[in-house]
Design a protein around this ligand. Sequence first.
Ligand SMILES: Cc1cc2nc3c(=O)[nH]c(=O)nc-3n(C[C@H](O)[C@H](O)[C@H](O)COP(=O)(O)OP(=O)(O)OC[C@H]3O[C@@H](n4cnc5c(N)ncnc54)[C@H](O)[C@@H]3O)c2cc1C
Length: 461
Amino acid sequence: MSSHPSFDTCRLPVEDSTVPFWHQDLHELHDHRTTEDLPASSDVVVIGAGYAGISTVYHLVKGEASGNNLSVTILEARGVCSGATGRNGGHLRPDMYTPMTKLIDRAGPELALEVPEFEIAHLYAIKSLVEKENIDCDFTLARSIDVWCNEEAALKAKEMFDILRSRNLEYMKDVFFVLGKDAEGISGVKGVKACASFTAGTLWPYKFILHLTKLTLETGLVNLQTHTPVTSVTRQSSGGFVVTTPRGTTITRKVVYANNAYVSGLLPQYSQAIVPCKGLCTHISVPEGTRGPFLNNSYIVREEDKTISYLVPRADGSIVVGEANSRYRPFLETWYKNVDDSVLIEEISNYYDGYMQRLFHGWENSCAQVDKIWTGIMGYSWDSQPHVGAVPGEDDQYILAGFNGHGMPVVFLSALGVAKMVRDGIQFEDTGVPKVFQTTVERLENAKKDLSGGDILAMNG
Ligand SMILES: Cc1cc2nc3c(=O)[nH]c(=O)nc-3n(C[C@H](O)[C@H](O)[C@H](O)COP(=O)(O)OP(=O)(O)OC[C@H]3O[C@@H](n4cnc5c(N)ncnc54)[C@H](O)[C@@H]3O)c2cc1C
């Protein structure tokens, strides 16, 4: 049982978090402070140095939304990329179909279909960025294979694919679905009843973000202050904001909230809309000479009992695999409103022992074993969509948060949209970000009214 309090009493990341596989060689900028003290003022303060915060800053000072020489201060509670981004699976996988039936029902086909297109665009945006900036982050662009081991779930998935295919969607041309006996041979997973494959990426998220951090600092426009949690943001009557931290205050014209799961600690109106929820991930290593077959694809594995895992193979033959959240969903205090990533999730701490041997053909005699296990905190949103754009009713304050367990193919271009809003004052509608991501009073009110917890507890309860 955790010794740390829940989010209701502790609104900041804990300090002594578990160490993810990705943090094995900490970058020289991990604990960086550009100046000894906080700068007196800057044009923009970005709260949070994860994927969302660092991408926004990259766009503002070096990327497509740069050019105005805006000065930026980044305030980060822990080290750079020490939140969800530094602890995730590294799976850059557009989800083109799982959420689609619900999303089409809620938003109609036109708005719903903006989402998979946006996610697919991330594959190529990240690929171009990695090539342009020469980022050493083990990026791959290959296929992801979804497998269903449960007969009933396999048939349902087939039904959903047939519906999407009948809509003549361009992106479905990239999806290959197999129901029946060949699925096992194609996927290499034992007892599979159906599988689907499509284009997806993988990367080392920490290396990716730290490289972007370095590029932003090189512009001379950015002041990074790690281990500096923001405790409040107050509007001044004379204009602008006072941002307060235990290390002092700094003044700014605009604030970007990129602190994901923890955002309602600073913006209480998001308390029901974005809730911190805990997940677990592991690294499985394979000693030289005893490894199973190399895997060419990443996976989403749905087992016979419907336990779901994402799985990312690495070029050295090792595996990053995690999730299994159906196994701890009934124990709310284990994951819901839980910000304690200093302890594991007891219910699944041993779940990935022998996982490859159990599920993958050819791995039975391998010595694959879990050598690293860690937890991380995600910002789950009430309606499963992130909140992006201007904070409702608040001039000069912007948010990009609530990316659930699925930020990799969503954050980078959302950050571009927010950076353009910050720099040019454009409206959300002109950012190119899917409309269902726009943070609105209506979405916040809907979350407040619904005491059931919305999708967060429905999906996980
Ligand atoms: C175990 C796990 C596995 C995952 N696997 C995948 C995957 O394979 N693919 C995928 O697409 N997504 C995955 N996700 C989700 C993905 O990692 C997130 O959606 C994404 O990283 C969110 O990025 P972010 O920058 O919004 O949040 P974060 O990376 O959490 O960054 C927020 C930052 O804000 C800081 N912060 C918080 N409060 C304050 C404050 N008051 N002041 C200053 N700083 C503050 C935090 O310390 C943190 O560094 C996974 C998440 C977890 C936890």
